[in-house]
Design a protein around this ligand. Structure first.
Ligand SMILES: [Zn+2]
Length: 77
């Protein structure tokens, strides 16, 4: 019986970790992650509402914008 309880606790922890990971990807790397029951359109709408700075290529932290800024900087220097 105890094992059953431990198992479900672990499963809950795992889900929390996955949610944490998704939140981290969206907030720190500005990469929208589609949630369950979300369409692509809904994902983008939620994402840009939550992280309006991701709309601006100068403040967006996604790898694409970051590398573009790096290329631009090295071109200017
Ligand atoms: Zn970007």
């Amino acid at each position: 019986m105890e094992y059953g309880i431990k198992g479900s606790e672990l499963q809950e922890k795992h889900l929390e970790t996955e949610e944490d990971l998704i939140n981290h990807i969206e907030s720190e790397h500005h990469i929208p992650v589609m949630r369950e029951n979300e369409t692509e359109k809904e994902t983008m709408k939620r994402f840009y509402k939550q992280y309006p700075e991701a709309k601006n290529p100068e403040t967006c932290k996604c790898p694409e914008c970051k590398s573009k800024r790096r290329i631009l900087m090295s071109t200017l220097n």
